[in-house]
Design a protein around this ligand. Structure first.
Ligand SMILES: [Zn+2]
Length: 440
């Protein structure tokens, strides 16, 4: 697409299936909450924090993660959780995101006075309030526009330290003689059980289970038991994998954690990042893995800006594997990861894909619609199908508004193709007309 018309991306119905609540706080809200809860910040202005904490570029993952230390510190009360969830939903609605899957690690917010269900309830209250306000609009009530919907994904942490939260601190101190990996496993199992209870007993829209945090050195199979609980209770699974580690990490997420989607998956097809010495034919391994993931429609949640920021070897988007993944016909959806920490929006991520990664109108529709189709929608399958249908119809009407009817192929090659098709059709018409004339 050579030029994106003003307002087009905003008007399109979109999803964000991979966005961390604690990475997406509005900066003025963070400042206000830090003052309220007496959390010290290196600056109390938005520009100051943009310069010092929430940057455009980061030196390394450690620097990227620094911001979370501040945000999670103020997300320790039900009121604060409800507020940040409400604002996140509003920010998404403002740029036309119609389906949002918010993820976070409840255990980062747990303490003596707040258990997992209370954390989830508070976040849900905020999201629900924003949804109900949005859906009360006439255009939605009349059915002219699709409603805003959401789901919650809970994240288990691949690893944690006592300083991450009061819950983790007490857990580690209670199990002081156990190897840390057993404690990570224990926390994940507890979270999986809490997630199922929150959904089944409290009717909260907990739709998925995720594994987040430092990948290198903290293998997914430490958390197998927790994912088995999630799997056996019909929770959907997504796993942060292939962000810092190679294809075998993705393989493990699919085979051992039953992943329905993969967070990032950047190195899915990169044979050079395989480090498992048992894999001798690396070429064949990534080929087979790519085929399997494509055929099973396991969707890759691509977060362009975030990958660029946390990966020191990637200096610009042309080095990103997104195009390669698309060439292999893998199902991909574009996500923000962290709106504040990555200083981005969903529309900005789509714009990057269009401007730098050759995404045309046809690809764009496929990427966006796949987001809706592969979402962990909280309603029944029939409701989901109806919703996706409504989204596609609305998508087409927006496209038509900006580009006229059925102009989904705007590249020169496609124009040429369309001209040839017209000639062919005209030729056929002539034949048909001639035949009709001789038929009695
Ligand atoms: Zn993430």
């Amino acid at each position: 697409m050579s030029k994106i018309p003003e307002g087009f991306l905003k008007d399109l119905p979109k999803t964000d299936l991979h966005v961390h609540l604690d990475g997406s706080l509005r900066i003025p809200t963070l400042i206000e909450l830090c003052r309220e809860y007496h959390v010290e910040l290196p600056s109390y202005t938005e520009s100051g924090l943009r310069e010092l904490v929430f940057k455009e570029r980061y030196q390394n993952l450690g620097e990227y993660l620094r911001g979370f230390g501040y945000t999670t510190k103020v997300m320790q009360s039900e009121l604060a959780l409800e507020r940040v969830a409400y604002e996140l939903a509003q920010d998404n609605q403002d740029e036309g995101v119609r389906y949002l899957e918010v993820r976070f690690a409840p255990q980062l917010h747990m303490h003596e006075h707040m258990n997992a269900v209370m954390v989830l309830k508070a976040v849900n209250r905020g999201l629900q309030k924003a949804r109900d306000e949005y859906n009360a609009r006439e255009a939605i009530k009349s059915g002219a526009e699709p409603p805003f919907e959401y789901g919650i994904i809970v994240c288990a942490m691949r690893m944690f330290q006592p300083g991450f939260s009061e819950y983790y601190r007490s857990l580690m101190s209670a199990h002081r003689y156990s190897p840390p990996k057993e404690i990570y496993n224990l926390a994940s199992i507890e979270l999986a059980r809490a997630a199922v209870i929150a959904r089944d007993r409290y009717d909260l829209p907990v739709v998925g289970f995720d594994l987040a945090g430092e990948e290198a050195g903290y293998p997914a199979d430490d958390h197998m038991h927790a994912f088995q609980i999630a799997h056996k209770n019909f929770l959907k699974k997504t796993v942060h994998a292939g962000e810092a580690y190679g294809p075998e990490s993705i393989f493990q997420a699919i085979t051992e954690l039953h992943a329905d989607r993969i967070g990032h998956g950047t190195y899915l097809l990169d044979k050079d990042s395989i480090s498992d010495p048992n894999i001798t034919d690396k070429e064949q391994y990534v080929e087979q893995l790519g085929e399997y993931v494509a055929d099973r429609r396991i969707t890759i949640e691509v977060c362009l800006t975030s990958n660029l920021q946390t990966n020191p070897t990637m200096t610009d988007l042309s080095q990103h594997s997104f195009q390669l993944l698309r060439q292999h016909r893998l199902s991909t959806t574009i996500c923000t990861d962290n709106r504040t920490v990555s200083n981005t929006t969903l529309s900005r991520e789509l714009e990057l894909a269009i401007k730098h990664l050759d995404v045309d109108l046809h690809d764009l529709k496929s990427i966006i619609v796949y987001g809706f189709k592969r979402s962990f929608f909280p309603g029944t399958y029939l409701r989901k199908r109806k919703y996706v249908r409504q989204i596609i119809d609305y998508y087409d009407s927006v496209e038509e508004k900006y580009f006229g009817k059925r102009t989904g192929h705007e590249t020169e090659l496609d124009k040429e193709h369309e001209e040839n098709t017209v000639i062919e059709v005209v030729g056929k018409k002539k034949k048909v007309a001639a035949k009709a004339a001789t038929t009695p």
